[in-house]
Design a protein around this ligand. Structure first.
Ligand code: BTN
Length: 258
């Protein structure tokens, strides 16, 4: 058992519904897959693991998931209905995680759409997956937060960081998870009620991409174009100014320009 066993989360939890049903696994393929397979998972059900053998990121990338080094967590949302506004769910989750962490980590920011950064290094990421369960929509939202100072594999050495690396202090994963879930819950409630408009100001305040020149990619980094990120549309899509004029980017990622 690790020194900060996530199985004891319920003792620290201050939420009403998020994470109240909780499964913790020592080792698993992917917490997103496990949450999706939890057939009678209630709204807010949470899956965590100490280690993932098949952790997934956006664009089908591998999510580096060594034992005990990070938080690997996924939760289930079962809203009564979901419309196009739910495409901004990842942005709402990003605001919740940001607000749960910003008090303890200096230099924290969001890179559109939903990367958590410290400076220009990635601290965490979010993977939202939606599907229909019978006639009701179901979302599985996974997030990974790098916690321990750790030896990074070569491909991450220059671009990743962790909470302990950023703060120089030991981090208790249970307290951390309880804090982010506590911040996340009201954010998700506001988003479910009023969509992106409910969290727009807070997202903009945390987002470090706006006003900067970046490379935008919609295919996992194979093709990229240099643009200026000039703002957000009503639904959270990124507005960019490039050679072809002003455009909307609905689902993509931002990479360093140059
Ligand atoms: C990204 O930035 O590409 C998103 C990374 C999401 C990783 C988390 S770790 C917990 C959950 N389970 C997975 O397989 N992926 C997400």
């Amino acid at each position: 058992m690790s020194d900060d066993a996530l199985g004891s989360l319920s003792q620290r939890l201050r939420t009403r519904w998020l994470g109240r049903a909780h499964e913790h696994h020592g080792r698993i393929g992917s917490t997103n897959d496990c949450a999706a397979a939890w057939s009678d998972a209630p709204h807010g059900a949470l899956v965590t693991a100490d280690r993932q053998d098949a952790g997934r990121g956006r664009f089908g990338r591998v999510w580096h998931s060594p034992p005990g080094a990070s938080l690997y967590a996924s939760f289930v949302l079962r809203p009564p209905q979901a419309d196009a506004r739910w495409s901004a769910l990842g942005l709402a989750v990003a605001v919740g995680l940001y607000e749960g962490l910003a008090g303890t980590i200096g230099g924290l920011g969001l890179r559109w759409p939903n990367d958590l950064l410290v400076g220009d290094r990635k601290l965490g990421g979010i993977l939202c997956e939606g599907r229909w369960a019978g006639t009701t929509p179901q979302f599985v939202v996974g997030f990974g937060l790098n916690v321990r100072a750790q030896p990074w594999p070569p491909e991450l050495a220059a671009i990743a960081t962790s909470i302990e690396q950023a703060t120089g202090e030991r981090c208790d994963r249970v307290a951390l998870l309880a804090a982010v879930l506590h911040a996340l819950e009201p954010c998700l409630e506001a988003f479910a009620r009023d969509g992106f408009a409910a969290i727009r100001d807070r997202y903009e305040a945390a987002c470090v991409s706006l006003g900067t020149v970046v490379a935008v990619s919609v295919d996992g980094g194979r093709a990229r174009r240099q643009v200026r990120a000039i703002g957000l549309d009503h639904d959270g899509a990124l507005l960019v100014q490039g050679d072809a004029g002003r455009e909307r980017v609905e689902a993509g990622e931002l990479l360093p320009a140059g």
